[in-house]
Design a protein around this ligand. Structure first.
Ligand code: FAD
Length: 317
């Protein structure tokens, strides 16, 4: 099943959610435990994020710092295959530019194709935590559009090495990221939309938005995209607030604004249980308005927590 077709043809608002691979050393059971409470809401597909390696600095005996690369989470390819084959649900692994050479990306694509996984969400990846700007991996891609171009070529049987035996065309369908509050590195919305259009021209066929807390941001963005001739499905992404710390962490990490009414309600709470309830109610109100506006799907960012998503799904589906 191709997610883009599903989004184009659906008559009702679908339910999808995104999972983060657990930290290394934990078991796949953690992923299953996050999925199972959400199965009764009939998810149309499940996304699995990808994470680059991180750089840590260790002090050497001579006092100098040594740079070490550590991978904190197991691979998205294996997790996606496990979910697809255990639950018979469509999975959408994310592919990222950062931390991967073109050859490593091609290997991941060959594995995914072999495993019968044909839907992808393609993003660039964030800058390394220790650096302010995004530095592409040597031999890798600088922008999501370049990675999409590599996948589109593979869909036409064009592999990196033209002498490769059996250059079977793949059949990947690609979603990309969009930013209702603008990507933080873009100088203005016009540039952001131009880049988004370029990603679609390179072969992507639908958009999933960054999380937002004010639906007006999404509706304005939708209008702007349509005005610029972007006619593909644009799936809104929602993340319920669940701890007080989200008031500062989410704007800092995702460059999104939290409406004053929501932050006031969260600040009044005396426990995280109360915060979670406020987050659930806010997300339900957002989702109800989005459903009324006939969005193709609502995409929930679980960030490793699914009990609150289940309560929201219960109220709206
Ligand atoms: P791009 O589309 O490449 O754009 C990045 C910046 O470069 C933008 O400012 C853009 O305007 C600019 N730009 C792009 N092309 C050009 C060009 N040709 N010339 C000049 N400027 C250009 N991160 C992860 O690490 N793993 C994940 O699994 C993950 N999943 C995500 C899922 C969703 C739905 C979203 C919204 C984000 C996700 N992210 C993930 C975060 C994402 O990697 C970051 O937001 C990243 O900073 C940008 O990714 P992008 O694909 O939008 O980049």
């Amino acid at each position: 099943m191709i997610v883009a077709d599903l989004l184009k043809n659906t008559k009702r608002t679908l339910f999808s959610f995104e999972l983060l691979p657990p930290l290394k050393g934990k078991s796949i059971q953690e992923i299953y435990d996050a999925i199972e409470p959400l199965l009764e809401f009939n998810p149309a597909y499940i996304n699995v994020t990808y994470h680059r390696e991180e750089v840590v600095y260790k002090k050497r005996n001579d006092g100098l710092l040594e740079e070490r690369l550590i991978r904190k989470r197991p691979g998205t390819v294996g997790i996606s295959a496990a979910i697809k084959h255990k639950y018979n649900i469509e999975v959408v692994p994310h592919l990222i530019c950062s931390g991967f050479t073109k050859e490593e990306t091609e290997d991941a694509l060959i594995d995914l194709n072999f495993l019968g996984i044909h839907n992808l969400l393609v993003v660039r990846g964030d800058p390394d935590k220790n650096l302010k700007t995004f530095i592409p991996t040597k031999g890798g891609h600088t922008y999501a559009s370049e990675l999409i171009d590599q996948i589109s070529k593979l869909n036409n049987g064009i592999y990196l090495d033209e002498d490769i035996a059996n250059p079977t065309p793949t059949q990947f369908s690609i979603g990309v990221a969009g930013y209702p509050e603008k990507h933080p590195e873009s100088p203005n919305f016009e540039t952001d939309i131009r880049v988004l259009k370029h990603k679609l021209d390179c072969g992507a066929s639908y958009i999933v938005t960054q999380l937002f807390f004010d639906n007006k941001r999404y509706f304005d963005y939708l209008e702007l995209c349509r005005k610029h001739g972007i006619d593909v499905p644009i799936v809104p992404g929602i993340k319920p607030i669940s701890v007080k710390g989200h008031l500062s962490i989410l704007p800092k990490n995702f460059y999104v604004e939290i409406p004053i009414e929501l932050s006031k309600e969260v600040e009044k709470c005396n426990s995280n249980k109360e915060v979670e309830q406020v987050g659930i109610e806010w997300a339900i109100a957002q989702a109800k308005e989005l459903i009324k506006a006939k969005v193709p799907s609502i995409h929930f960012y679980t960030m490793g927590r699914s009990s609150n998503i289940a309560k929201i799904a219960q109220a709206i589906y």
